[in-house]
Ligand binder design. Structure first.
Ligand code: UN1
Length: 507
């Protein structure tokens, strides 16, 4: 699809309003935000950002709409989410292309991201009939005890540029079936994909008469993000971003006794044992390390290889890195697009400078590709234990490789970073695989065998430990974070027995 065609299919014009709350915001004073194509540096379209008054309108709308939305039966709320999934199916091609155009991931991944939204809607529709609570045996005669789940209120969803629409869907689809309304603050790098999704939501909400369920506010972190994080009307903040930002968000939200779901940085590793199927490992490594130009939170950043496989694997990997087709993400055949912006290129170069200072050896790559756009060479670094820069998450395609002799050693290196999102082992040995998955194995929220670190399905709960923040989103029972649990005990006897056998009778 041509740029013009993509933009008009999704109603994203030259200058767009910066948010929606039962109508598009009309902001006159707020600063303009230009969305740039990272492959060319050209402006795609502009957005008039929200100011404080616009933020107030969005939040008040979400709060008001919550009062009615929470009383709609959950399976009926599910019907609205089903329609959202259908609309996304109908718009998959254009929206996937817009994701590629605006943030630079290749088209196949842009389409995959929309598929992730569709999968999430399907999951949430089923869930809308399964928001179960437990019945618990009461210790008192003729008493019934059970737990039930209630909606909590407007949920603030702050998303990152790298999954500009899928991560919104993880949160929004669950929040919607749980009876919450959503206030979305997208990354300032990707306002157009957010506007496109909001246009789709508007059609769905109009059809179901539930305008106010999905709301959007585009603005800077300071003007809009911080207001949302500090807002007592918003009991839950779901934040995706760096560990440094996430720490601040979590402190602010905790200070007002709000809840947060944090999906922060990863520093994901794969262990490759001598007995691994190296063909599989190679493919898994390439997708996990080079896919999305190294800009997934699940990107493979550290490769830990047993001695017997080291030379064979690294030789093939270097060759693979040198033949990755880099270029226009919308062009068929491209496997690696640009980094999101110039700052990301500078961060990568600064990290490589540290690699040199700290004694790492660059085996391939290491440079910015000259010409327009934020293109870089995917890079492999021969690392050693104690290479400090490898403990940081640099959001770029840099892969640090370690050589080890035993699984014990591999696990020590594996777990020696502050982050704990995703991990994997390639092995054909059952004992090694099980050990990797055991209590003394990987310390991450996601652990795979013979699969790379990225590309998780939505059915599982997604998230990580340590500085990754501990949040869980998408599948399994992640929905519980979007509701409040209430434990109810009903006495249908003619007596008032107290728990724990306590006696308190006033005669
Ligand atoms: C992210 O990078 O923030 O597992 C999310 C994956 C994707 C989601 C990544 N399904 O790589």
């Amino acid at each position: 699809m041509e740029t013009k065609e993509i933009l008009s299919a999704l109603n994203v014009d030259a200058v767009n309003p910066g948010g929606y709350a039962r109508g598009w915001l009309t902001v006159t004073g707020g600063p303009e935000l230009a969305s740039l194509n990272p492959a060319s540096g050209e402006v795609i379209a502009k957005v008039r950002q929200a100011d404080a008054a616009a933020y107030e309108r969005v939040t008040a709308t979400a709060q008001q709409a919550f009062l009615t939305w929470r009383m709609v039966p959950a399976p009926k709320r599910g019907e609205m989410v089903r329609e959202l999934g259908n609309e996304l199916r109908a718009n998959k091609e254009a929206l996937g292309a817009l994701v590629s155009l605006e943030m630079g991931k290749i088209l196949s991944e842009g389409l995959g991201e929309v598929q992730e939204m569709i999968d999430m809607c399907d999951f949430a529709v089923g869930l809308s009939r399964q928001l179960y609570g437990l019945t618990i045996a009461s210790e008192r005669p003729r008493h019934r005890m059970y737990e039930q789940w209630h909606p909590i209120g407007p949920v603030g969803v702050i998303t990152a540029f790298n999954f500009p629409v899928a991560v919104w869907a993880w949160n929004a689809a669950l929040a919607a079936v749980c009876g919450d309304t959503v206030i979305w603050k997208p990354s300032s790098e990707t306002p157009l994909t957010a506007l496109a999704v909001q246009h789709i939501c508007n059609r769905v909400m109009a059809k179901f008469g539930c305008d106010g369920a999905f709301n959007l506010v585009i603005g800077s972190g300071r003007e809009v993000g911080q207001r949302l994080v500090d807002d007592k009307r918003v009991p839950l903040i779901s934040f995706t971003g760096s560990c440094a930002q996430g720490r601040k968000v979590s402190e602010s939200v905790a200070a007002r006794f709000g809840h947060s779901i944090l999906e922060l940085g990863g520093n994901n590793a794969i262990v490759v044992m001598d007995d691994a199927n190296l063909d599989l490992a190679l493919r898994g490594i390439l997708f996990a390390a080079v896919g999305t130009a190294g800009q997934r939170c699940t990107t493979l950043r550290r490769l830990i290889v047993q001695k017997g496989a080291y030379e064979r694997l690294v030789g093939r990997l270097v060759k693979g890195y040198r033949s990755v087709p880099i270029g226009d993400p919308l062009k068929p055949g491209t496997l690696m697009g640009p980094l999101v912006n110039e700052a990301a290129v500078q961060d990568m170069m600064a990290a490589l400078e540290k690699v040199r200072e700290q004694g790492g050896e660059i085996l391939t790559g290491g440079k910015k590709i000259s010409g327009p756009g934020n293109f870089v060479e995917p890079t492999i670094v021969k690392a050693h234990e104690g290479l400090a820069i490898a403990e940081d998450e640099t959001f770029a395609p840099i892969l640090y490789i370690y050589e080890i002799e035993t699984l014990e050693e591999a696990l020590a290196i594996h777990n020696a970073v502050p982050q704990g999102l995703s991990s994997a082992i390639f092995t054909t040995n059952l004992l090694s695989a099980e050990r990797f998955l055991s209590h003394e194995g990987s310390d991450c929220g996601i652990a795979n065998v013979n699969i790379g670190t990225s590309g998780a399905e939505i059915g599982g709960a997604f998230g990580g430990e340590k500085e990754t923040g501990g949040g869980r989103e998408a599948g399994s029972d992640a929905w519980k974070a979007y509701m409040r649990r209430q434990t109810c005990t009903i006495n249908w006897s003619q007596d008032l027995p107290l728990a724990q056998g306590v006696k308190f009778d006033v005669s």
